[in-house]
Write a protein that binds this ligand. Structure first.
Ligand code: PMP
Length: 420
């Protein structure tokens, strides 16, 4: 009997492994938008670490900076110590990201991952308002620790908590009930109706495009209405830009074109640039109310992440990168729209913003088959949505056009093979 190429993993690693683990191979090397497995087979990466590799694998500029820093014996781990690497990141974030947008935020380092940023945002909103409840949205995904899980709209994952997840209210995302129902109106009525006995929420947490929830795209007008709703009820607006921030939708922050200013912004994944864990929680100065030590943790000060993150911000010094993302996003969108039209029997719906694109497949199980067929042809994609019905297309933002086209060709071939 032939041994599975994954036999070591199957024997020794927990069954809970998921993302990209259905692929029957062992990956070894990666560069830009490509990965190679142990046998030397090449794959185009249309997953990009679920948004953690917006600048590609082993980005050469970041790699050079990290190596230089290490060769100079720069401080690596530093808790909250003031270091030169952290100073450079704070300065460049002001100069390249916040100031040009007229944004004033204090930068907090909540811990290394997205869920750490979300936890800090929820706790802070409660502290600032003195309220307990957080409103979140249907099909939201905010993380796997108890606080962030409590605002995640996925029953399977919530049940994993093993306890009731209190103090949250799940509200319908835009178009959850179709285009005719104004979900903000629904939320207004919910709070106005004293009979429902609801306490006023401390915060609302919003993904402007739901990544894990199936590429559900909120309109800019709806985001504005969410902001107005928050202002009316004294609720803090928390935007979770962990997956869709750092340029994924075409602008550095996903909500820029809506013209809103959240009270708290969560960033992680690609903020570390090189795939090194890093998270930032951006806090409006008036909400910066924590005492020193009130929220801490060991790994909030990794200088290799600061070095890579500082270099990553160079992509945002002018508009060029943003235009490039939009142009590539349009190429993906055209391809996905074309597929939806070509195969009506798949009941497919294409949607997305920038390079956060996806196609929902109406026929049960077919999305997995498409990803499998793509993998066999050298393309890595993942599914999302409540039943994994959406094939996600999110290559590194830096993907060269030739590789993007090659990936899209493989995607088209995979649809052709899977058609009934
Ligand atoms: N928020 C969003 C929108 C996410 O997509 C994710 C991760 N998929 C998280 C939070 C949690 O981030 P992490 O996995 O780094 O804890």
């Amino acid at each position: 009997k032939l041994r599975s190429p994954l036999h070591v993993f199957e024997r020794f690693e927990s069954e809970v492994r998921s993302y990209c683990r259905s692929f029957p191979t062992v990956f070894d090397k990666a560069k830009g938008s490509k990965l190679w497995d142990r046998e030397g087979r090449e794959y185009i990466d249309f997953f990009a670490g679920a948004g953690a590799l917006n600048y590609g694998h082993n980005n050469p500029q970041m790699k050079a900076k990290i190596i230089e820093y290490m060769m100079d014996d720069g401080v690596t781990h530093s808790l909250d110590m003031a270091t030169v690497a952290k100073e450079k990141l704070l300065q460049k974030f002001q100069e390249v990201i916040l100031q040009p947008r007229g944004f004033e935020y204090k930068v907090m380092f909540p811990g290394p991952t997205g869920t750490n940023s979300v936890e800090s945002a929820l706790k802070l909103a409660r502290k600032v308002t003195g309220r307990e409840v957080i409103m979140s949205f249907t099909n939201a995904f905010h993380g796997m620790t108890i606080g962030s899980l409590a605002v995640t709209g996925n029953k399977f994952k919530r049940d994993g908590a093993g306890i009731a997840l209190p103090h949250t209210l799940s509200m319908p995302y835009e178009n959850y009930f179709g285009e005719d129902v104004d979900t903000i109106d629904y939320m207004e009525r919910y709070l106005e109706d004293n009979g429902s006995g609801v306490s006023l929420p401390a915060g609302i947490i919003l993904e402007t495009v739901q990544g894990e929830g199936g590429i559900n795209v909120a309109s800019f007008e709806w985001m504005k209405k969410v902001e107005a709703f928050c202002r009316r009820w004294g609720i803090l607006l928390i935007v979770d830009d962990v997956q869709v921030g750092c340029g994924r939708t075409g602008t550095f922050f996903s909500f820029e074109k809506a013209g809103i200013q959240p009270d708290i912004i969560c960033l992680s994944k690609s903020i570390g640039g090189f795939g090194i864990p890093l998270a930032l929680t951006l806090i409006k100065p008036e909400h910066d109310v924590w005492e020193p030590g009130e929220h801490n943790g060991t790994f909030r000060g990794h200088n290799l992440a600061f070095v890579a993150a500082t270099e990553a911000l160079s992509y945002w010094e002018d508009d060029q990168f943003s235009q490039e993302i939009t142009r590539k996003g349009e190429m993906v969108e055209a391809c996905l729209q074309g597929l939806a039209e070509r195969y009506p029997e798949m009941e497919a719906k294409a949607r997305g913003r920038g390079l956060m694109q996806g196609i929902e497949i109406g026929v049960e199980g077919l999305s997995d088959e498409i990803c499998k067929a793509a993998f066999e042809r050298g393309l890595i994609m993942e599914t999302s949505g409540p039943n994994g019905e959406v094939v996600k297309v999110m290559p590194p933002l830096t993907i060269v056009e030739e590789e993007l086209k090659q990936g899209l060709r493989i995607l088209e071939e995979s649809f052709a093979t899977c058609k009934q």
